[in-house]
Design a protein around this ligand. Sequence first.
Ligand code: ADP
Length: 215
Amino acid sequence: MRLILLGAPGAGKGTVAKLLTAIDGSVQISTGDILRGAVKAGTALGKKADAFMKAGDLVPDDLIMGIMEERLQEADCASGFLLDGFPRTIPQAEALDALLTRLNIQLDFVVSLDVPHEVILDRLTTRRTCSNSACQEIYNVKSKPTKVEGVCDKCGSPVIQRDDETEAAISKRLDTYNEKTAPLADFYAKLGNLLNINTTSSEVVVAAITEKLGR
Ligand code: ADP
């Protein structure tokens, strides 16, 4: 499958993407994970992205398009991909459209996850992430705690609260989302390829997607 997952931070894009990859071997492409990996590794990209991310601001479109142009041409994308956290602005969506045409890739459709604001806030403040950039497993102190407090079940690295998961940065990210990213749902609805899903259950989301894919 080749899908775009839209939704506010904390809407469950990452969780849904992981469940979908298990179905047909398509890969999850999270620009947030790629950027956090680059910051941790101290690459040129990471150095440029770091301050924007800490403040809860978007990283400039040209950096993101550079990442995606390379990523979509890697061999593993041949079995399908789930775009998680990209595109995030109308210019990114337009540039993606041109890029996919150039690469001769056709998307199935775009999924928009609609989750109430209170649920989002609660999820983000209780979210914890594995600090190992090769892992980045997500936990939640209420709904999905680690077996041993502060230690990743999968790789044993420390599990931390992300730098952009302070209350101030979260509220900035949600404002940025409403201003820059929420309009993308309309953008894709007008193109006739939007599936809107209104639930807090990732399993229900996955069922709606597989049904629409006809599987
Ligand atoms: P979330 O969806 O939980 O906000 P992400 O992991 O997707 O988190 O992104 C974290 C940060 O990385 C964003 O706040 C932003 O600074 C940057 N980022 C990720 N993807 C993009 C993108 N497509 N365009 C611009 N900035 C991005």
